[in-house]
Design a protein around this ligand. Structure first.
Ligand code: FAD
Length: 330
């Protein structure tokens, strides 16, 4: 059953002048199940889907979009579920970041690390990976790990379901290849079989849009290294040459056949290695003080608290603050 709200219109007067303002009508659909949602989208292709609303409501509040209709997907419980079958996680489009962090950090470490860097706890509670894909902003934090994992977007309409490799999903700045009657049902992501990492650089430490971001995932089962870049092009691209180089390098050095060598190598380093990473982000042209680089050991993903920062990244922040204070004193 679809709940449908009536249009609204209003009038206002301001500064002595009788100014009539007619708010543009906006239909509001709230389907209770998936088939209803698809039927509404087929009948109203211009209806704007609404998941967590953290992008849509901002756009409406700033009057950047005024859709003829809103299609509220929050009542569809299938969209807010995930399952794991045959080595692939099927992540419902409306699963929020907070649940990716708390429930999927071991299976999808790259996406979980990226999710920890999204907005604030409130945004992570509401915002969804499906919404990030729907917005298709080049700076979206879910895109790099999805590219690095070679994820597949499951798009559905009354005509059926189709699988779209995420590398073919983006059509331009904030545009996707979804047809007007299609909705994102889920994202299918292979369970991690090797180390994964995500790093984001912005103008400050939290609540920040990526100036640059990068994800990498090693896939020993496919002897392939996947990557993804954020804020680097109109659509989030993989770093093709890096993928080729790293895959070849690991083959050449026989590291795919001896995974223990890279699995057991300490990947969280001393202060000096943090300095190296920081200076690398600086040389990329990013502001030096804002490297957000939570790191994940493999095997055994370290879990982070709901605040989204790993113990070591907080240690890193403390280190940076201590040095800044020392510099000010001098
Ligand atoms: C204060 C603040 C901080 C933020 N920080 C970050 C950040 O650090 N990193 C980051 O990446 N983003 C950030 N965002 C942006 C936003 O939170 C994310 O893009 C989030 O993933 C959007 O998800 P949502 O569920 O809220 O999407 P919504 O706002 O509901 O929808 C976003 C778009 O996706 C479409 N859509 C949603 N669901 C579907 C579906 N099932 N099928 C088809 N289309 C669909 C909508 O129509 C819309 O075009 C921030 C936003 C705010 C307000």
């Amino acid at each position: 059953m679809v709940a449908r709200a009536s249009n609204f219109a209003g009038s206002a007067s301001g500064q002595g002048e009788d100014r009539s303002v007619v708010l543009s009508g906006m239909e509001f659909f709230r389907p209770a199940d998936w088939s209803d949602a698809l039927a509404v989208k087929a009948a109203h292709p211009d209806a704007l889907p609404l998941a967590g609303g953290t992008d849509v409501m901002v756009e409406i509040n700033f009057d950047r979009v005024r859709p003829a209709a809103l299609l509220d997907l929050t009542g569809i419980h299938e969209l807010a579920e995930w399952s794991c079958d045959g080595g692939t996680v099927r992540l419902g489009a409306a699963v929020p970041y907070a649940r990716v962090i708390s429930e999927l950090a071991t299976r999808l470490p790259g996406l979980a690390i990226a999710s920890r860097t999204v907005g604030s706890p409130q945004i992570r509670n509401r915002g969804t990976v499906g919404g990030n894909l729907g917005s298709a902003s080049p700076a979206g934090d879910a895109h790099p790990p999805l590219l690095a994992c070679d994820a597949v977007v499951e798009a559905a309409s009354v005509r059926g379901v189709r699988q779209i490799p995420v590398r073919e999903f983006y059509a331009g700045v904030k545009r996707t290849v979804l047809a007007p009657d299609e909705l994102i049902a889920a994202i299918c992501i292979p369970v991690a079989r090797g180390p994964q990492q995500f790093a984001k650089v912005g103008v400050r430490n939290a609540m920040v849009i990526a100036v640059s971001s990068f994800a990498i995932a090693l896939h020993p089962d496919r002897t392939w290294v996947g990557t993804g870049l954020g804020s680097a092009a109109p659509t989030p691209p993989p770093a093709w040459e890096a993928e080729e180089f790293l895959t070849a390098e690991l083959i050449e050095r026989g590291l795919w056949d001896a995974p223990a060598r890279w699995r057991t190598r300490p990947c969280i380093g001393s202060a000096s290695s943090w300095r190296v990473r920081r200076s690398r982000s600086t040389t990329c042209g990013a502001p030096p003080r804002t490297a957000v680089t939570p790191w994940l050991c493999w095997p055994g993903a370290r879990s982070a608290g709901p605040g989204g920062h790993t113990r070591r990244s907080s240690g890193y922040a403390r280190d940076v603050h201590r040095k800044r204070r020392a510099r000010r004193r001098r």
